[in-house]
Design a protein around this ligand. Structure first.
Ligand SMILES: *Cc1c(COP(=O)(O)O)cnc(C)c1O
Length: 383
């Protein structure tokens, strides 16, 4: 048996990891965001007692459904899991033997149709429960006729990444859901980060989507949280195929590894409530004022700096301001400063984009802009 040693050193030191100032934005590999005191308090309170997880998931699901003006909803361990579980639900429905059989899809519809120009990293999550992706159209786009032709008696679902809606040549969500309904095939929308303006979250259901997935990491909830909302029969199937009742129920369900803590479930709901009630104008003003502060400290430095908008697609646009873009002579120079900021003390994570170094404020805590400005000034003085 080992002995328990108490130490006054911080958990970071004890585990041998460096705290990082995150000036990149919300990235899974940087742990998402720092949870708000309200969210953390809810998680802490949830820690004080056991609860029945099925009851907690049903109750929080009903609550989220109301917020999303949807028939039903369910917390999931992230948007990736929501895609996997939603796809499983579309294939297996309410058939318990099928919940157990996946990812073997024998006896089930197992084709997921996606527009060729909608292929993206997370479409892989639809294949986890055993579905096969069927591409509609080609590199130039997809026509309604091509989408219809891709539908077969084996089609279980259409997967629609909402951030790629309106990409040139693709069919818009409303037209896809209209065709899907005519074919009696559900549409699953990945809207992972499309949570602002907040009305946008419910809009996908209103546009005819049968299931809609969000990641809690993007509304300042737990990095391992998310939810899915939509049609009641499909959410019931998600609840059937998910991790609950594996020991107590009849079926060894496919979703068992997609497990959730009660603390995370509470954190997702409270973070969502907070996000919907937040003064978002003040949030954006906060980013801009941090950017201006850093620019002031660096005034006189021999680089050009501009307040800009670092998009979720990692592009730089003019507005609204959420980052400082520092322009260097070359992409190599930007990458070198990025590396030195990461290695320095404290470690600061930034994003090189071509010849720019992006310092994104979405995840910078109040006061951290001072450290960022100090370190940047040092590095610029070395150029
Ligand atoms: C981050 C992300 C996901 C995955 O969300 P998790 O909650 O991390 O599983 C899915 N789709 C898109 C577009 C994302 O950006």
């Amino acid at each position: 048996m080992g002995t328990i040693t108490r130490s006054s050193t911080s958990i970071f030191q004890r585990l041998g990891v460096r705290p990082v100032i995150n000036a990149c934005g919300v990235y899974t590999d940087l742990g998402g965001t720092v949870l708000s005191p309200t969210v953390w308090a809810a998680m802490e309170e949830m820690n004080t007692s056991a609860v029945r997880l099925v009851e907690l998931l049903d109750a929080t699901g009903a609550h989220i459904a109301k917020l999303m003006q949807a028939e039903a909803a369910r917390v999931t361990p992230g948007a990736s899991a929501a895609i996997a579980l939603g796809t499983a639900a579309c294939m297996a429905g309410m058939n318990g033997e099928h919940w157990e059989r996946l990812p073997d899809t024998t006896g089930m519809k197992n084709e997921v149709v996606i527009q060729k120009r909608h292929r993206y990293k997370y479409d892989r999550c639809a294949r986890i429960p055993g579905a096969k992706l069927v591409e509609a159209g080609d590199e130039n786009g997809t026509t309604l006729a091509q989408l219809e032709a891709a539908m077969t008696p084996q089609t279980a679902m259409i997967l629609f990444p909402a951030h790629l809606d309106e990409r040139t040549g693709t069919i818009a969500l409303r037209d896809v859901t209209a065709l899907a309904k005519r074919c009696s095939v559900p549409t699953l929308v990945d809207a992972a980060y499309l949570n602002y303006p907040t009305e946008r979250m419910a809009s996908f259901g209103k546009a005819g989507a049968d299931l809609v997935c969000f990641s809690a990491k993007y509304f300042w909830g737990p990095n391992s949280g998310g939810f899915i909302y939509g049609r009641k029969d499909l959410i019931d199937a998600v609840a059937g195929v998910d991790f609950t009742r594996y020991e107590s129920g009849k079926y060894l369900t496919f979703g068992r590894p997609f497990k959730l803590d009660r603390q995370t479930i509470a954190g997702v709901v409270v973070a969502l409530e907070e996000w919907l009630a937040m003064d978002h104008e003040a949030r954006w003003r906060g980013y801009a004022s941090k950017v201006l502060w850093i620019m002031q400290v660096l005034s006189g430095a021999n680089v050009s700096m501009q307040p800009m908008y670092f998009t979720m697609e990692e592009r730089l646009e003019e507005a609204p301001v959420n980052c400082l873009a520092v322009r260097f002579a070359s992409a190599n120079a930007a990458a070198a400063v990025c590396a030195r900021l990461a290695e320095g003390e404290p470690s600061i994570a930034t994003v090189p984009v071509g010849g720019h170094l992006v310092i994104a404020m979405d995840t910078v805590l109040n006061g951290q802009e001072h450290e960022i400005a100090r370190r940047l000034k040092e590095e610029l003085a070395r150029l």
